[in-house]
Design a protein around this ligand. Structure first.
Ligand code: SF4
Length: 237
């Protein structure tokens, strides 16, 4: 699997290859079980039930790094953050920031396009309880590393959604940029900002999970601040 990821010639090739990955037995079983049983509200739909590739154009200057697809969101629709409440909040914010052409993301064929932004997850399959194991995170890392490598020429800023994504970034520095991560590792927090030499800036943002957005821990204004900073750092108008 790592060799296949490394061989991906471009983002389209990578997206196709990752969709056909079966490397994690527990996650393969879970994504397929969810796709078979379904949620009642979606019982008439065909679930994707596979790894979920990244979304966004080549040449993106901003990356948004999430944790993993949602069982009835990305795992259902086949597109990252699409078809669930987390995506509703994220894409509304991206639209306000001028980084998405529409504020909603409900299905893979709904016409959504991103500007200067690529979204991907540290783990590409939906995990039970949204909790991948460390071994699953490490197994999936080559997909992330190759994706960053492919947009490296333009990538300037990475927005890490939550502590899991923040932690997943440090191995990227070593594998893609050949740099030793800072020691001790900078601590994740909303608004945390780390910059290194000749590598993308890293911005921390609370995850757009319902747990955070329904409780007011993460508000639309807080997301707007993060994307304003990301655009400034990336030189995006
Ligand atoms: S989590 Fe990643 S490595 Fe594991 S099966 Fe899914 S795509 Fe493959």
């Amino acid at each position: 699997m790592a060799a296949r990821a490394a061989r991906a010639a471009d983002l389209a090739d990578l997206d196709g290859a990752v969709s056909d990955c079966f490397a994690c037995p527990r996650l393969v079983a879970w994504r397929e079980e969810v796709a078979r049983v379904k949620r009642a509200a979606f019982r008439d739909q065909d679930y994707w039930g596979r790894p979920v590739p990244g979304l966004g154009p080549p040449g993106a200057r901003i990356a948004i790094l999430g944790l993993a697809p949602a069982a009835h969101g990305g795992n259902r629709t086949g597109r990252i953050f699409t078809g669930d409440r987390s995506g509703d909040v994220l894409f509304a914010a991206l639209h306000r920031a001028g980084l998405a052409n529409q504020p909603t993301s409900v299905a893979a064929d709904d016409g959504l396009t991103l500007r200067d932004t690529r979204i991907f997850a540290a783990v590409r399959c939906a995990p039970p309880d949204n909790k991948p194991t460390p071994a699953e995170r490490d197994t999936c890392a080559p997909w992330l590393h190759r994706e960053v490598e492919l947009i490296r020429p333009t990538l300037r800023v990475v927005v890490a959604l939550g502590a899991f994504a923040w932690a997943a970034w440090w191995p990227v520095l070593r594998r893609v940029y050949g740099q030793r991560p800072p020691t001790p590792r900078p601590v994740f927090g909303h608004g945390a900002h780390w910059s290194g030499e000749s590598v993308p800036a890293l911005l921390g943002c609370y995850h757009v999970s319902q747990q955070n957005t329904f409780t007011g821990r993460l508000t639309p204004a807080m997301l707007d601040d993060v994307f304003t900073r990301a655009k400034d750092l990336a030189g995006v108008d």
